[in-house]
Design a protein around this ligand. Structure first.
Ligand code: N2P
Length: 362
């Protein structure tokens, strides 16, 4: 017995480095939002293994956090969702001593998100982007003429135009925070309105084009645009650009474009945060710090085509990506965009109810 115990002890000693590797974190991120080798590189650099799972809706993430004991160490809500979650005590303050790479973050962008998280106490920006229009260039030219430029929500929100695309397929995001504000904006209303009449008007507009919409889903459209299964989508900038890349790689002559409508568009920031009950906060800090490494941030942006808020990363970003105004909009363009403020409980109920009406077509 004694001998065995001794043997076990020496085994343990022998495998100490392995025990260190057994350190692990659980990361819950948006789908299609990371380069394929990033997690491997993190584990190589730190010895921390990553269990990685994905979602495509802030509501899904929030439900998991609210249920408690999610087991997540790092999660990635959008700015307005982060603000609500911090208010509900769902996230822990960051220990900035463990985040030396914070020095690379763009101070202006971090100041912008401080409106949602004073002093940037809980979150750092992972990526940011816009919500706009993905389109199949040939399908648009066939239906609206070679000279038509996609630059307005009208292609989706004007029933006469939308009807032309019913046969080739329209997709919309299954997210009221991404769909109702653009509808309000198109109607000349404040996209941040909490007025019930504004929600009712947005619902009427969306219901008027709903017969032409094939589906509401927040990640399927990447593959479907790339394969020619759909021809128009309300989508997130990087997702549409990934679809464009996939279409090009497939070599079947499908050309996908992304447009930021003239009327305005949402500008949003997705944030890295550590839930209050994270099992491994130290590992979580190591992950967040790693994601702020300029080379890692650049490699991710080059792959997912969402802009980074890491100023240090710019020198490592592919010039085609850095100079593409659909990826990194100009300051002038940014001035015309809105960021969504979190809804109070009443507005949240109105928005959810309105969205159910639109989805179910009633
Ligand atoms: C990544 C989508 C992230 C954008 N596929 C939503 N904020």
């Amino acid at each position: 017995m004694r001998t065995r115990r001794l043997a076990l002890t020496s085994c343990t000693a022998l495998f100490l480095p392995l025990a260190a590797q057994a350190d692990s974190i659980n990361v819950f991120n948006w789908s299609d939002y990371i380069a394929p080798d990033t997690l491997e590189r993190f584990t190589e650099a730190t010895g921390i293994a990553v269990t990685y799972d994905v979602f495509d809706s802030n509501d899904t993430l929030q439900a998991r956090l609210m249920a408690g004991s999610s087991g997540f160490d790092v999660v990635v809500p959008t700015d307005f969702a982060m603000q609500r979650q911090i208010g509900a005590g769902l996230h822990q303050p960051l220990d900035k001593d463990l985040l030396p790479n914070l020095e690379h973050m763009d101070p202006e962008l971090m100041a912008l998100v401080a409106a949602f998280d004073p002093d940037n106490a809980h979150g750092v920006i992972y990526k940011w982007g816009t919500t706009g229009i993905g389109y199949n260039a040939a399908a648009v030219a066939e239906r609206l003429g070679e000279d038509y430029t996609v630059d307005s929500w009208a292609i989706l929100f004007d029933p006469e135009k939308a009807a032309l695309f019913e046969d080739c397929g329209i997709a919309m995001l299954d997210s009221h925070t991404d769909m109702l504000p653009p509808a309000m904006n198109f109607l000349g209303l404040d996209p941040n309105s909490s007025d019930e009449d504004a929600f009712a008007a947005a619902a009427e507009l969306l219901l008027s084009v709903r017969p032409h919409v094939r589906y509401f889903h927040s990640s399927q459209y990447i593959t479907d645009l790339a394969n020619g299964e759909i021809c128009l989508a309300v989508g997130w900038s990087g997702d549409v650009l990934q679809a464009a890349d996939r279409a090009e790689d497939a070599g079947r002559g499908i050309e996908i474009g992304y447009a930021i409508p003239n009327e305005g568009a949402a500008l949003w920031f997705d944030m890295l945060l550590i839930p209050a009950d994270a099992p491994n906060p130290e590992g979580a800090h190591a992950f967040i710090n790693f994601m702020m490494d300029p080379e890692i941030a650049a490699a991710n942006t080059n792959y997912v085509m969402y802009p980074t808020a890491n100023a240090g990363a710019h020198e490592f970003i592919d010039p085609d990506v850095l100079n593409d105004p659909m990826i990194f909009p100009s300051d002038e363009a940014k001035a015309g965009f809105w960021t969504l403020r979190p809804y109070d409980q009443r507005t949240d109920r109105v928005a959810t109810r309105t969205w159910t009406r639109v989805r179910t077509g009633q």
